[in-house]
Design a protein. Sequence first.
Length: 368
Amino acid sequence: MSRCLLDYLDWTEPEPELARIVRLTAQLADEDGSADDGPEWPKGLWSLLERDGATRWSLPQEFGGEACPRPLLVERYARLAGGSLTAVFILSQHDAAVRRLMAAPANTTAARWLHAIGAGRAFTTVGISHLTTSRRLGPRAIKVAELARGGYQLDGTIPWVTAAVRADLFVTGAALDDGRQMLVALPTDRRGVVVSPPFPLAALQASCTSQVLLDAVQVDDSDLLAGPALDIMSQPGAVGTAGLETSALALGQARAALAALVEMAPERGELAEPLEVLCENWKLLWGQLMAQARGEADAVSPTEIRTQANALVLRSTQAYLTARKGTGFLRTEPAQRWARQALFFLVWSCPAPVAQAAIRSLAGLCQA
């Protein structure tokens, strides 16, 4: 039965660096437990990603990158998330900022930063949740004043920024009073930029997610990546919500929990039926995710995939925790860590339809 169930959990993309990715995933798993203990920057996890070139996967070749096709990149996210969700979460935020820099047309500032990132001289991350899903401070979290001499002044707070203490560049956004929005490449050493201490999160503390305060921060046209324009987050290349990358992280962690359950199954007959259903659900959803990543015309929507991925990662990790019983509740065990980390998908870049579906499912009003 175990071999049959493992077949459900097979990946689909040809991986040219399979041995390297498998090795990196195992190394991340070895480092992950201790990294989750506190809000210190996870040097061990990040050095593993840097050493194996993961920070260059999403970069074009002209900037020293690998130009990894999106389906393969999404699968690599999922594979590595099975080793360390913390590490790949940080990587996903770095890559989201990289994609926005790449989408800036003929912007010399963006090109300069991309060259620095490709050479390993700079680290970037993204902070645009106040323009998308965050209700903590809302779209007016940052006030923008147009300066008489040209350029803009930013005041306020970027509410959620992962790896803020480590970054050299923030890709962030702001809304003007007339409703227009802009995206900005903001160096972290710009006068008036202050990074707050990391939040005491329920999980993923080592992601060092903080708020960033902006006090009379000056930016000019060379810092603009897009805008000012109306509804800028719907434009091509924008960093949006319900992204396939976040769903890949959820399915990668779900797969880790299911694989651990498969190992227990030969001695736990009561696991057979529920485990088969969970594995079948994973296989179906993984196929839908990859179809969307390949751009197939009839693929399931990213929002529906995210809804189902959220539900599956919660069920899979809680099933493994339940099967492990009291031992799984020890802080030294991955079972409790995976269950806590799975809660992250309910709140991070979670569009309203996905959140509403989760609440209705928890109320027994529908099946997520």
